[in-house]
Structure formats: C-alpha cells, structure tokens
Design a protein around this ligand. Structure first.
Ligand SMILES: NC(=O)c1ccc[n+]([C@@H]2O[C@H](COP(=O)([O-])OP(=O)(O)OC[C@H]3O[C@@H](n4cnc5c(N)ncnc54)[C@H](OP(=O)(O)O)[C@@H]3O)[C@@H](O)[C@H]2O)c1
Length: 407
C-alpha cells in the first residue's frame, strides 16, 4: 500500500536549494510508504552530521552526585510497623521522552528513588524539575553510553554511593535515520549500535552483581525494545496492517561487521557487513537489545532471580528520538500515528507502561517482551525468528563481550 505525501499534506513542498543533500532512507510512516526511495535536497542545517556532532559534543562535565545511605529492605515506621523501603532504579536517558516520563511515573508513586543516568547533567536536572519530580526522589548521575570510560566511571560512582540497585532500565538511544555517513563512539564503534547495544551491554554486565545482591521483592533488568514491524516481531494481537513492513528491515546477517568491530575502517560499520544505513543501524541495535535480554534470561535468571524483560511501549511520536529526521517527517509523523495508524501513545502513557514493567507485581515473568493492546492492557508479545534465535543471541553476546573488553 502506498500513500503519497500529497495525500497527507498537499501544501508541503520540499526545498531544493542549498548544499544539504539528504537521502531519505526512512520512506514510510510505520508501514505506509511515502515513496519508495524519496531523495530530498533540503535547505536544513539541522540534519547535517556536522551539526549533530556540534549539538552532542558540548556535554557539561560534572562530577556525578552520590547518595550515602544504605537502606535496609524494611524500615521501621513511626507506629513501629515495618514498611518496604523505597526501590532504587537506574534509568538511562531519563533526560527526555520515555525515560523522563517513566522517572516521573515511578517517582509519583512515592515508592521509588530514580537515578537518572544521563549524558547531559544540566539538561537532566532541568527536565526533572520541569515535570515536577520531588528533589528527594531522584539523583542525576553522569553517564555517556558512547564511552566505555564513562560507563565504568558511572558504575564506580554508583557502587560507591552504597545505594542498593533494585531495577535497571536500559532506555537511552540514538536514532540517525538521515545520516549519510556513520558517526562513532569514543572506542570507534558505529554510534547507534555502539550506544544502544554495546553501551547498555557493558553497563548491564557491570551492574548485574549489584542487581543480584538486591533484597528487594523483585529485581528487574529492562531493555526498551522497538515496534514489532520494525524489527520483525510477530505481534500476536495487533491487527493494524498499516504498522507492518517498514523498510529498511533489521537484519544482523552473519554478524561479520560486528565481529570486525563496526569501525568502518577494516570492517563495515553495519552489523551484517553491509553499506551504512542509519535507520537500519538503529533497528539492528534494537534486535541486539532483544537478543541480549533473552540471553540474560537464559544465563542468569535461575542463578540471580532477576526478572529480565523488554517492551514496546507504543509509538511516542513526539519524543526527541526523531530530532535527526527531516522536518517533513517530524511534522507528519505525530498526526499520522494519531489519526491513521492509531498507534500513537503520549509520553505520559508510555512512561506509565514502562513504570509498570519496572514495578507491577503482575509483570514479574522473566524473558518476556511486553506490549499493550488498544485498551492499554499489557500482554506478552512474540518475537520473530531472528529476534528470538538463541544461537544468534549467543553469538551476539560472545562477540559483544569481546568488543566491550569483558572477554
Ligand atoms: N519514540 C518512540 O516512538 C519509541 C518507540 C519505541 C521505542 N522507543 C525507545 O524508547 C527509548 C527512549 O526513546 P525516546 O523516544 O524517549 O527518545 P528521546 O527523547 O530522544 O530519549 C533518548 C534519551 O537517550 C539519551 N541518550 C542518547 N545518547 C546517549 C548517550 N550516549 N549516553 C546517555 N544517554 C544518551 C538522550 O539524552 P539527551 O537528552 O542528552 O539527548 C535521551 O535522554 C529508546 O530506547 C527508543 O528506542 C521509542
């Protein structure tokens, strides 16, 4: 099914002027094709990789805050009764979008202390204030997932805080759909896979023992996933056919690019060894997230009692995730999701869903990929062949632990 842009917004024209030449690789809105391979020359400086770097680099270096208490699992209330202490959850990328909404939803229960693990300290502080999270309910700690040094420093700082760890939410992500050339992490891995997958892989591995030690009733490691149509998840209850077949499809192939180090020099920057494609790199990184979650479950569920889970919270079309997309896409995507696919969820609703996966006693099952139906009821979704292939998960795990320096 093809839907032309003129149908959606007849009055919008694409500039053909200036030097910015943007290849629009993401050619559809969740399955509805705009054109098969629309190439637009846009007079927009916002979408150049040069400016992306300019915006991402000036991160304020601030010493991470630390907490100093080691609360026991139960605390004595004034009336002498024992009550459950606050849970402690680390949320990566809590400075905006889903991460911030989840921090807010958990903080509002009064039962959680949120460690906002963010690359931009001041942005995170301002974000927490802007949504009204009580000061006593959060701590901002600096974490740049695109740097292994930063990840190790974050873990060290957290461990020295003596705060127990009851839940870890791997939420942060970068999405570079219009990038013509790859960008790289500090260690030289393609940025999307390096941040979304390798960064979270290292972080989760380093914090696993802390989670294991938690005496909280249920300890959880959650990795945020992607829409079923984007990474090939078979959605058992979603009958919305508009939401399928979004090119480019994720495909890890035989992992030759990943095994080669994704550095674009002596190996491809893409996991499957192919040509760079920013949208595909993001989706591939999400398949790795799903495979990692399942491999964690296989390797550590029994030994640690940790619940490992993933989820697709719905299409939160308004978040900063799409900031690198072309202006036309950013304009059309939210109304398209609201009125045509009807897959749209607000940041607030998505935050409540992720908060549910962190804390709801009914969602304690491990190895599960959660989704929500139109009535906002959670259900266990199924994964596609590639996203649930145990052999592929084992290989991704083994290659990744070499790349992050754990093997
Ligand atoms: N939006 C959707 O429709 C949708 C749908 C399905 C899944 N998701 C998933 O939801 C999660 C959150 O995305 P979002 O939509 O909320 O987008 P977002 O608002 O752009 O949030 C992404 C967060 O990741 C952080 N981040 C990026 N690179 C980082 C790095 N190197 N180190 C530390 N933090 C970094 C960003 O920090 P800054 O604030 O400093 O930029 C931001 O806080 C992602 O995993 C995404 O794949 C989103």
């Amino acid at each position: 099914m093809a839907l032309q842009t003129s149908f959606l917004l007849p009055s919008i024209s694409i500039y053909k002027e200036g030097k910015s030449n943007v290849c629009l690789k993401e050619t559809s809105f969740f399955g509805v094709t705009i054109s098969s391979h629309l190439k637009a020359e846009l007079k927009s400086s916002q979408i150049s990789i040069k400016n992306f770097r300019k915006r991402e680099l000036p991160i304020v270096t601030v010493e991470a805050q630390t907490a100093t208490t080691t609360p026991a699992i139960t605390q004595a209330a004034p009336d002498g009764k024992k009550t459950l202490r606050k849970g402690n959850v680390i949320i990566t990328g809590a400075s905006s979008g889903l991460g911030l909404a989840t921090a807010k939803a958990l903080a509002d229960t009064g039962k959680w202390h949120i460690v906002m693990a963010c690359r931009n300290f001041l942005k995170a502080e301002r974000a927490a204030k802007s949504v009204g999270i009580d000061r006593e309910n959060y701590t901002v700690m600096h974490l740049d997932l695109a740097s292994f040094d930063s990840i190790r420093q974050f873990v060290d700082t957290f461990q020295h805080s003596d705060r127990p760890l009851d839940a870890l939410v791997c939420n942060a992500a970068v999405y570079l759909p219009t990038a013509k050339d790859p960008s790289y992490t500090a260690e030289g891995f393609e940025l999307s896979v390096g941040t979304n997958h390798l960064g979270h892989f290292l972080l989760s591995r380093l914090l696993l023992d802390d989670l294991k030690k938690s005496d909280y009733p249920s300890k959880r490691l959650i990795i945020v996933g992607l829409h079923h149509s984007e990474i090939g998840i078979i959605c058992s209850r979603n009958t919305n056919t508009l939401a399928g077949n979004v090119p480019p499809k994720a495909n890890l192939g035989d992992l030759r690019g990943l095994a080669g180090g994704l550095n674009g020099l002596n190996s491809s920057p893409m996991i499957d060894g192919g040509e760079f494609d920013g949208a595909k790199a993001y989706k591939d990184s999400k398949v790795c997230n799903m495979l990692t979650m399942q491999e964690f479950h296989r390797r550590y569920r029994e030994e640690t009692g940790i619940t490992f889970a993933s989820l697709y919270p719905g299409c939160i079309a308004t978040t900063g995730l799409f900031r690198e997309h072309i202006p036309l896409f950013r304009l059309l995507f939210p109304p398209f999701q609201k009125y045509i696919t009807k897959g749209y969820v607000s940041e607030e609703e998505a935050g409540k869903r992720l908060a549910q996966v962190v804390s709801d006693p009914n969602l304690i099952k491990s190895g599960v990929y959660w989704s929500w139906n139109k009535n906002s009821s959670s259900f266990e979704n199924q994964l596609s062949e590639e996203a649930s292939d145990p052999e592929k998960a084992r290989k991704v795990w083994e290659v990744s632990e070499k790349l992050v320096g754990l093997a």
